[in-house]
Design a protein around this ligand. Structure first.
Ligand code: GLU
Ligand code: MG
Length: 437
């Protein structure tokens, strides 16, 4: 039997592996622990998604605090076994943000954008996931039957998301076998990445109560569909005035939007290892999967790394508020904070250097020669995690944004993950990741 009173608080961090880890304490200790946090060990940052430990500069030394952010505290397990969860920041014992705390890095990226331009990001994470080991039924793409199968847990999940303030927007049976999609409403700044972490926690927890197992892994079957994370972006100023749209641009982009997208696309190859950080991520990022294979801008085209999304109606103000673009080259092996930070750093660089994006494409780029791609100003994205890591390694800008030490630790972490999978067939690699994410 479950209980509806929480007895413990779990302080959670979404770490380099994109997984949620943490520690708990009795709820009666909240006052003290909400200030002091719980002890955390530096080398934990090198625990891979398979629980092996990559080479760490910290060894067995050092102490940190994982400090819960009271604003993020919520109770999960309404009708199951209740637990309070708070998302935390990893800090030094003196209270300084730790250079490897993903949440602190995302906060810093958002602050730098705001300092430069007065811009606040509004964003929403759209998640796809599949049910593990569910029977395949023909005719189920966007189907009513698949939706009805899911309705009981979907309603419970939407109820829990709503209760935590992590407002759900839409839910649907997606195209793939047992594939579903759930999207949050836009939220400001860091809150939207917090919501993405919470959405993954709650999806697993609620579905489990219904005897259903979910996986957000980038791809379950090398020949099948991928599970994407699409991050929708728009911008407001300090008074909430929308800054994303400009009716005089043929595609509706304001100058700010153009330059932000310009930065994202220019540096996309160098940040891919943070957006799509598993080995199997690169099975998904291939042409004709409606994911992202080139660093192209699409106008309502779903085969683009950045896609300008549709708006409806004629009301100018409503359009200015609705207008947004999505980055599609992300998956749920990435910590939402790291993916978000990388995109905001790259976008901010685009504003600094007034980078123009390539013209939107509306054709099958996989049919283009290298010359034709160059003419369009686009390139094929890295085709393996190893390639993406090399691009990150050699990136002066990524090293500037994240710091050399962070980049070196991240590279060691991911190379350990690759070594773990050496010699396995692709389907076996997918099976390993399916269990983890
Ligand atoms: N499943 C696709 C992906 O991997 C996205 C499909 C869509 O929603 O357009 O990103
Ligand atoms: Mg989708």
């Amino acid at each position: 039997m479950g209980s509806s009173e929480s007895k413990m608080v779990f302080v959670a961090t979404s770490d380099l592996s994109g997984l949620v880890r943490g520690k708990s304490f009795p709820i009666s200790e909240w006052e003290k622990r909400s200030v002091r946090g719980v002890g955390w060990t530096p080398t934990n940052v090198q625990i891979t998604c398979f629980d092996t430990i990559a080479e760490s500069p910290f060894g067995s030394l050092g102490d940190l605090a994982l400090v819960p952010d009271a604003a993020t505290r919520f109770q999960m397990g309404g009708s199951g076994h209740a637990l309070d969860i708070a998302l935390g920041d990893i800090q030094s014992l003196e209270g300084e943000p730790w250079d490897f705390c993903t949440r602190s890095i995302a906060r810093r990226a958002l602050r730098e954008l705001h300092e430069l331009s007065g811009v606040t990001v509004l964003s929403a994470f759209e998640h796809e996931f599949q049910l593990k080991d569910a029977p395949v039924r023909a005719g189920d793409s966007f189907g009513l039957k698949g939706f009805r199968d899911a309705q009981a847990w979907a309603e419970a999940l939407i109820g829990e998301l709503d209760r935590t303030g992590c407002k759900p927007d839409t839910f649907m049976k997606e195209y793939g076998p047992s594939q579903y999609e759930i999207t949050n409403k836009p939220a400001t700044g860091l809150v939207s990445a917090d919501n993405a972490v919470i959405l993954r926690i709650l999806t697993d927890d609620v579905l489990r109560r219904f005897g259903v197992a979910s996986s957000f892994s980038p791809i379950l079957d090398p020949a099948g569909v991928g599970n994407g994370v699409h991050i929708h972006f728009s911008f407001v100023d300090d008074h909430g005035v929308p800054l994303t749209h400009d009716a005089s641009d043929p595609f509706g982009m304001s100058e700010l939007t153009r330059h932000f997208i310009g930065g994202v696309l220019k540096y996309l190859d160098q940040i891919m290892a943070l957006l799509a950080p598993s080995e199997i991520s690169y099975l998904r990022l291939t042409p004709h999967r409606w994911s992202a294979a080139f660093n192209n801008l699409g106008y309502r085209d779903r085969e683009a790394s950045v896609r300008i999304c549709p708006v409806s109606g004629r009301d100018k103000e409503a359009i200015a508020r609705q207008y947004n673009f999505e980055v599609r080259a992300v998956d749920a092996a990435a910590s939402p904070y790291l993916a978000y930070a990388a995109l905001v750093f790259a976008g901010t660089q685009g504003l600094r250097d007034q980078i123009e994006p390539p013209s939107p494409t509306q054709e099958d780029l996989s049919l283009c020669t290298a010359e034709e791609l160059a003419k369009r100003g686009v390139q094929r994205l890295p085709q393996s995690l190893a390639q993406a890591l090399d691009a990150m390694d050699g990136s002066k800008m990524v090293r500037e944004w994240f710091g050399d030490e962070f980049v070196n630790v991240y590279l060691a972490h991911k190379h350990k993950e690759i070594a773990e999978l050496e010699g396995l067939e692709w389907q076996d690699k997918c099976n390993r990741y399916k269990e983890v994410y």
